[in-house]
Ligand binder design. Structure first.
Ligand SMILES: [Zn+2]
Length: 305
């Protein structure tokens, strides 16, 4: 959790990818995060019990909060912005995100990028742990952390959270994050809306990945023969790769979340794509294998960089 850690980096063809850490440590109890959880999964799939994914001392899942930083040459893109510093998160389940004071921006600089150099910020969806560093507090008001970036959000996702019967009803504990990390950008006319299938930069395309939220998106990055997909919260943990029928308690449309998970995992297994999820423990990214008993996770060998 400090800036002197080695920088996590890999490539998708000619495109560079860095992981900007906000925090990494024990997060939710799996029985809380996954209502269908059965602890037998740890014995059936010993990799899931390894320290990278499961903290035996606390019985909690190892959880990463981070941004993915993508350098295409022309663009410096941040995908999702973690939880943010100095933000009030009143709900007890969000205590880990309350009034943080973490060296996220120093970790970004360690990746060779200053906040003012970021050209584009993409929020895959508008949950509390994906929008936090959109803004930072300056002189008592929330200002854009990335002063020159275009902030891109899915048109339908923003509408979902602007509708009192949408996100605010389904997940009232998330409204604080909309207020301090999304609305100030709207007020300052910093948000650009997109629709799935839009190519937002050379080799970078938005894809629909609905279910976790009704309008969650994933980001496809292609370069030459290489293919990567930033999967947002299609799955939180490798546990959901072996059990794609396990939703998190924060999946707003459960049946659609399962269908999207199965589709994304199947397509990645077929294509050999590298998946970059939002919260998976080290090495934080990997490919999907498929055997007689279903899917399994193949962690990325960091020597591929
Ligand atoms: Zn998340």
């Amino acid at each position: 959790m400090n800036a002197t850690k080695p920088v996590w980096r890999t490539r998708i063809g000619a495109i560079e990818v860095f992981r900007v850490e906000e925090m990494l440590g024990p997060g939710f109890d799996p029985a809380f995060l996954f209502p269908a959880y059965d602890k037998a999964v740890l014995a059936q799939h010993p990799m899931l019990a390894e320290p990278a994914y499961f903290d035996a001392a606390t019985g909690r899942l190892m959880s990463s909060m981070q941004s993915w930083l993508v350098r295409t040459g022309a663009e410096i893109i941040i995908i999702d912005t973690g939880c943010g510093n100095g933000k009030t998160r009143s709900h007890p389940a969000f205590r880990r995100f309350h009034q943080l004071d973490l060296p996220y921006l120093a970790n970004l600089v360690a990746c060779g990028v200053r906040p003012e150099e970021v050209t584009m910020v993409i929020n895959t969806h508008l949950h509390v742990d994906h929008v936090g560093w959109n803004t930072r507090l300056e002189g008592g008001r929330w200002v854009p952390t990335f002063p020159r970036a275009r902030y891109l959000m899915a048109r339908a996702e923003l509408a979902h959270w602007q509708n009192p019967e949408g996100g605010p009803r389904m997940q009232p504990e998330g409204v604080e994050a909309i207020a301090d990390s999304v609305l100030p950008l709207l007020d300052q006319a910093r948000v650009e809306l997109f629709d799935p299938s839009d190519e937002i930069a050379a080799g970078v395309t938005i894809e629909a990945a609905p279910g976790h939220t009704p309008s969650q998106i994933a980001v496809r990055v292609a370069s030459g023969a290489a293919d990567g997909l930033f999967t947002a919260d299609v799955f939180h943990q490798p546990m959901q790769i072996v059990r794609p029928d396990w939703n998190s308690r924060y999946c707003e449309l459960p049946d659609l979340a399962i269908a999207t998970r199965r589709r994304v995992l199947g397509e990645a297994a077929d294509a050999g794509s590298v998946l970059f999820p939002s919260h998976t423990g080290a090495p934080h990214a990997g490919r999907i294998g498929r055997g007689a008993n279903g899917f399994h996770f193949i962690p990325l060998a960091m020597t591929e960089a």
